[in-house]
Design a protein around this ligand. Structure first.
Ligand SMILES: Cc1cc2nc3c(=O)[nH]c(=O)nc-3n(C[C@H](O)[C@H](O)[C@H](O)COP(=O)(O)OP(=O)(O)OC[C@H]3O[C@@H](n4cnc5c(N)ncnc54)[C@H](O)[C@@H]3O)c2cc1C
Length: 448
């Protein structure tokens, strides 16, 4: 059986691995990605100072070494090839394309220069080739980060790292210099709901208190809980309680006078981003929590204030993007599915963020992809995946269309070049960040 897996992030690799392990039927997997490089957000999302988390890529490379595996980089489904092309060439298609865009705040001034989606900032410092021309003006004293999840924490922490903390990472040299030279003194994080509802995980929160170059500041008054939150916290054994304990410890601290500070504020929403031609300030409204359908939601409490700021990073969630010819649910930003079987599309399956939305850690995608592959293999054994009698191959189609695709050997050449450039600098790698460089290096070791 031949299966195309589209998207080489964690979900794509876990799906490929589960497929390649199958004996009944035996499966060959072509893993496609629109980028010349694999690993999805493990390469281009996970913060560069979390090298230990990026180490999961070693498991991906083991999958890539399995017989029957092939990688095709620089192949975008929806432009280079279509869904219909893939249905013709393969017995089944698994989409693991992640969540490629950001959710909007829906407030005035959101599009002013200086207001960015966290997606853009993250992609920039991680060396994503589509985001290297962006110019983040870090000369201003205050940056506002909107959101209370781990991505918001990543953005705040990256802005606060010292040269010693940044140098041993694979942050791009340009981003390293820009952060080092930044005039930023305060990074203000805004959480719409209270400290008991924050979405970040305790280790990531705790890390903010361990930075060499930044104090972390929490106003003890922000930790005075309403009765419903206090009750919820009493009952919680895990994340919320541990987060709260970390925040209590932060609130007891005296600032040590480090060059930067990260201020965490709760029950605070941006109402408008203000400025003539660019971001100059943020109007912040104080919230209160009210119970709605058994859930505590934030409602404006009436008080507002204007806080000067030169840069705003909006980190309120990622969102999936529709693929031409494949069903899509605009509301959830996912491909509608039943345990991984795409609804209303023959021989089509989904896993990862495009299946369940942008939540969970890297490992969550393993269970998720395994469920999908079990459904696919069950359908194959039940004879539902009518074998396509195609005499064409993907390579032939790509050659016909003049596509400069990158195979796994080409990616290995990119990988080796990047690691080689990093070594003398004590960095794990210096990423190639320009399309031309990536494509050129990716052609080097192709032997066909
Ligand atoms: C900023 C950030 C930091 C994170 N940090 C951590 C962390 O520290 N620890 C942790 O456990 N988890 C972390 N996560 C979560 C983790 O990255 C995700 O759970 C995981 O990457 C989701 O996997 P995925 O395969 O669904 O999507 P992705 O990793 O996004 O992979 C999708 C792939 O599909 C490709 N693609 C998209 N569209 C197309 C198309 N049309 N044609 C071909 N290819 C396409 C993309 O180029 C990409 O390679 C983080 C997430 C973010 C956003």
């Amino acid at each position: 059986m031949r299966v195309a897996v589209v998207g080489s992030g964690p979900a794509g690799f876990y799906a490929a691995d589960a497929l390649l392990k199958s004996d009944d039927p035996r499966v060959e997997v072509d893993l496609l990605d629109r980028l010349p490089t694999p690993w999805g957000l493990v390469r281009l999302g996970v913060a560069p100072d979390h090298e230990n988390i990026k180490a999961v890529s070693r498991a991906f490379e083991k999958t890539a070494a399995r017989p029957g595996f092939r990688f095709f980089g620089n192949v975008e489904v929806g432009s280079t090839v279509s869904h219909e092309d893939l249905l013709e060439l393969y017995d089944a298609v698994v989409y693991t394309v992640g969540a490629q865009t950001d959710r909007q705040l829906g407030i005035p001034g959101e599009d002013l220069p200086g207001s960015w989606a966290a997606t853009e900032f993250v992609a920039w410092y991680n060396g994503h080739p589509d985001f290297q021309d962006l110019e983040f003006d870090l000369s201003h004293e205050r940056v506002v980060v909107v959101g209370n999840g781990n991505v918001a924490i990543d953005c705040a922490r990256m802005l606060a790292l010292t040269d010693e903390e940044l140098r041993p990472t694979d942050t791009t040299p340009e981003a390293t210099d820009a952060i080092n030279e930044a005039g930023v003194r305060e990074i203000l994080m805004l959480g719409r709901r209270g400290p008991a509802q924050a979405a970040f995980t305790p280790p990531e929160l705790k890390e903010l208190g361990e930075l060499a170059g930044a104090d972390v500041v929490v106003d003890p008054r922000d930790l005075e809980l309403d009765p419903a939150s206090a009750r919820a916290l009493e009952e919680d054994r895990e994340r919320a309680r541990r987060n709260f304990e970390v925040l209590e410890e932060f609130a007891r601290r005296e600032p040590a006078g480090k060059p930067r500070r990260i201020v965490l504020r709760f029950l605070a929403s941006p109402l408008a981003i203000l400025g003539e031609d660019r971001v100059e300030a943020v109007e912040i409204g104080r919230n209160e929590l009210v119970e709605e359908d058994g859930r505590l939601v934030a409602r404006p409490a009436g008080e507002t204030e204007v806080v000067p700021a030169g840069l705003v990073l909006r980190s309120v969630g990622y969102k999936g993007v529709a693929l031409p010819g494949v069903p899509f649910d605009e509301r959830t930003g996912t491909i509608p599915n039943d345990h991984g079987r795409a609804l209303g599309a023959e021989r089509t399956y989904v896993a990862g963020w495009i299946k369940r939305g942008p939540s969970g850690v890297i490992g969550t995608n393993k269970k998720d992809a395994t469920e999908t592959v079990e459904a696919l293999l069950a359908d194959a054994r039940a004879g539902k995946l009518a074998r396509v009698d195609s005499t064409r191959s993907l390579e032939a189609l790509l050659d016909e269309r003049g596509v400069n695709y990158v195979e796994h050997e080409g990616w290995q050449a990119i990988d080796a070049a990047e690691r080689g450039a990093g070594e003398p600098l004590g960095r794990p790698r210096v990423k190639l960040t320009a399309w031309e460089q990536l494509l050129e290096t990716g052609q080097r070791k192709i032997t066909r």
